[in-house]
Design a protein around this ligand. Sequence first.
Ligand code: ATP
Ligand code: MN
Length: 462
Amino acid sequence: MPLEKMFVSDARDAAHVGKTVLIQGWIRTRRDSKGGFSFLEINDGSCMGNIQVIADADLANYKDEIQRLSAGCSVAIEGEVKASEGKQATEIQASQVTVLGWADDFPLQKKRHSFEKLREWAHIRARSNTFGAVARVRNQICQSIHQFFHENNFLYVHTPIITASDCEGAGEMFKVTTLDLDRLAKSGGPVNYEYDFFDKPSFLTVSGQLEAETYATALGRVYTFGPTFRAENSNTSRHLSEFWMIEPEAAFFDLADDMALAESFLRKILSDVLNRCDEDLQFFDQRIQKGLIESLRKVAETPFQHMTYTDAIKVLENCGESFEFPIAWGTDLQAEHERYLTEKHVAGPLILTDYPSTIKPFYMRLSDDRKTVAAMDVLVPGVGEIIGGSQREERLDVLTQRMAEMDLREEDYWWYLDLRRYGTVPHAGFGLGLERLVQYTTGMANIRDVIPFPRTPGNAEF
Ligand code: ATP
Ligand code: MN
């Protein structure tokens, strides 16, 4: 009978003592004892911790192979799970050690490498404690996202990645073309998009919201969760050129419903991560951000604070802090302002509402004061803006008026306007950047370290 394959996470559980199992993974360390045996620490990614394997000198390949094992080698271990006298609950007494792959000059040796260095080794950094833990937490968050929406009757819809509409009207988009740029450069232009693949200028999407609205106004509650792209040249610790965005959109939702949704959503994610990723969070708490667990727990339990943009401006004007960017009503908040408000002023998550219409996109619902829109941003300590959302403008005349003010052509948005022509309803939604959420839950300082292969200006290796 073939041996039971077991993950390290299970083998570390005392419930499995007495079983003979097969463990497959990678060596983290080898230590030879004077007593004539070796300790092998094996990790298979199933959890943060390793399983300790005891390999006796009487194993056939002890001298030739086992004593040559080093960090990075892949092995298959057959043996019995035993209760351990050490710190760990269990260990494995090996009856056979098979070397699957050697790892001479493996770059991840015991000494700690900087995160900058590890970015150059993105193909192997997942084998380090930090990046293994990030991957597991990121996975848990994604599972919880789908579960949360499923439980709340939101339908998962797939919106296109290639699009001809610019959702934000901001124009920071990557162009998608099959035109031969070298030939075009030689010919000196002009570009005739009728010869291009889609017959008109096309781009990688910056948001699935406009398309999601079409399904929300048919199916009620929907969400998208997919890659989004921004060609903005911002080299910050919270911007990527390619990131994953979660965008719920719900019919018959107003701004208050939208904020309540965002809050219960974040709370669900955090409590799931706290309950299911304890070992990884302990690691982040000790090595990356002291007090992380305590602060996440607090956030999972306490209601979020709310404040209008107008009040936030007053707070910032009177706080005595010297900011790099000046602040006045009508200006967009910079990261430093957002972080002051969430970190110093309320010391927790903060929902800012009712922004000036001039700094927000055309689709946000104009309020009765005609100066502000029904927008909300969720700010969290350490990151700043994590969610941007709003009630959408459902009144055709107000919407077209706003588009005219922003020089957007109605014919480019004909189908979006149709949603207001045929059975329009109040509706609202938000966009949450997955990587900013992973940053927040792990305490990782740089967004490049919470996605497997970060894309930023000048970087598309791997
Ligand atoms: P910021 O002001 O921080 O650049 P934004 O106002 O451009 O954000 P939105 O267009 O509202 O952001 O996008 C919704 C969410 O997507 C943001 O709240 C954020 O979590 C995330 N996000 C936006 N741009 C990026 C980016 N370049 N990299 C990673 N996440 C992003
Ligand atoms: Mn941005």
